[in-house]
Design a protein around this ligand. Sequence first.
Ligand SMILES: NC(=O)c1ccc[n+]([C@@H]2O[C@H](COP(=O)([O-])OP(=O)(O)OC[C@H]3O[C@@H](n4cnc5c(N)ncnc54)[C@H](O)[C@@H]3O)[C@@H](O)[C@H]2O)c1
Ligand SMILES: O=C(O)CC[C@@H](O)C(=O)O
Length: 633
Amino acid sequence: MPDPAAPLPYLVFDFDSTFTQVEGLDELAAIALTGQPDQATRVAAIKALTDQGMAGEIGFQESLSKRLALLGAHRRHLGPLVAHLQTKVSESIQRNGDFFRRYADRIYVVSSGFREFIEPVVAAFGIPASHVLANTFTFDAEGNITGCDPGNVLSRDGGKIQQLKDLQLDGPVYVLGDGYTDYQIREAGLAKRFYAYTENVSRPSVVAAADEVLPTFDEFLYQLKLPMTLSYPKNRIKVLLLENPDARAAELFRQEGYQVEEVKGALDEDELVARIEGVSILGIRSKTQVTQRVLDAANRLIGIGAFCIGTNQIDLLGAMRKGVAVFNAPFSNTRSVVELTLAELIVLARRIPEKNPKMHAGEWDKSASGSFEIRGKTLGIIGYGNIGSQLSVVAEAVGMKVVYYDMAEKLQLGNALKAQTLEELLRQSDIVTLHIDGRPENQDFFGAKEFALMKKGALFINNARGHVVDVPALAAVLRSGHLGGAAIDVFPHEPKTNAESFESELRGLPNVLLTPHIGGSTAEAQRNIAEFVPERLMQYINTGNTQQSVNFPNILLPGQPGHRLIHIHANVPGVLARINNVLAQHHVNILGQYLKTNELVGYVITDIDKAYDQDVIQALREVEHTIKFRVLY
Ligand SMILES: NC(=O)c1ccc[n+]([C@@H]2O[C@H](COP(=O)([O-])OP(=O)(O)OC[C@H]3O[C@@H](n4cnc5c(N)ncnc54)[C@H](O)[C@@H]3O)[C@@H](O)[C@H]2O)c1
Ligand SMILES: O=C(O)CC[C@@H](O)C(=O)O
């Protein structure tokens, strides 16, 4: 990395809640008061005084003297405090430790906290004691902390301002801190810029006064084009989550430092086109259509998360051509769909969809007509994938015979029998259940011809995708009485939100159980999905790992030894050679290289030594047929 052209401005850091995640005095109180019955109330009172002081609600001196009186700390508590604070350095400062060591001569820590614990913590970052300006404790003869040195300017109101005046720094000063007293340095004209540092705490009055807000130190380094550990600040990664995935998804993305925006329902194409600009990660479920138009408007999109199994709503090829990796949750809700299907088998076989509304209407219709046990009956499973095959096992466990049909060769589980043709399955099944995927070729897969081949009085279930069934044909065979009933969870046209009404000619038909696409809507499944999909996307962003991507060549990468170049290109001959030519021309040492292609794109990962000139990056971006290129530090 090159040195910045101009000398770095002097950086004045606050310590408590900026350099470290916590307030030193609060932590000292917690250590000193350990085991005391009133520990919790005294620590809480100290914290409240800290906050009031930081927010500028009471003067610093008043806040400090009140806190010290409550503290009851001793010299022996300082060692444990330092050890504790060393583990509490703000994460982004910790990860950019090299920056501090390299520019230590331009960095000052100016704090109303105490030298006794600040100095050893920042020393590990190369900041010398002479660049730490802080209060000092006073002790009595027994080593009890009695207060602070009143001669130190930092113990007084306006102390930081005076300290900066005394320092007489000979160049521009930038102040980074979470407190109002940090801002006051800028207000007094002693700093050129004030950065509100919000990684640990965000105080509205301080944020409002700031020139810039820094969610992490990476953002500062990025803005100033300074050497940094990450290639891109995580707070700049915008996630747009639609269709209400479990709250855990947003929580995980936020924990990673991303900005998350949530929209309850689905968006239609125009709405999504209007919202997608600047979005790096799009999270959807089954309703939002990610079309070529949406992809064209997506100027920063890196990945799409389908918080479900089906990905037919996404233009997977279009996404691949744009270098956008798509991930789904292929097994997180499988069991939930199986359980719903099992319940539906029984409910339909007992004609509950008819009997239940009658009971609610006060009608007592006790009859065995048309009702049967599922034991010994033949269940025809079409699509013997994750759901179909698991259903096969469960159905056999309750005494059903299972026959299945799949276009691909599948492992037969238990005693299930494979049907050679769809017709063979339809002719022998008492209940037919669809579990094929929603690929476009499966549009109207099941229609009048297939219904006609089913046994008279047989039952039909579709928990797969709405468009795979010809709904008017289904309605006709239900009305004619050829089918004994149906359970349908998925529809060609589903409302975008719960506020819209559901329209279908299946409404009101006898022995038809309609459910609002809830096959996978259980607490367990939604939680599993909300953990699985963010994990895949974050791994892809952080390491380039594409394992389990549904549209990208899958590569499970080893750990990253140096910098990692991630290059996505159109799969035409010669691109890898061109990449390696560029690397050779710039004398870049390759530590490892991984390539996988599919019919449209090539995905090449090159691990290189950290030392290289920046021109190589530009040259790689310019390699012909490059779709996307990024560097991981
Ligand atoms: N209702 C819900 O809430 C819900 C929840 C989860 C999944 N799903 C849907 O359930 C379906 C099955 O999911 P899965 O995880 O088992 O998928 P999967 O990909 O594991 O299995 C699908 C199987 O269908 C087979 N298949 C596809 N087209 C076929 C055809 N024309 N003829 C014969 N076989 C064909 C495939 O070979 C594959 O074995 C998907 O459509 C999925 O979107 C619905
Ligand atoms: O939750 C959804 O929107 C879809 C659920 C299901 O159809 C899936 O594909 O996993």
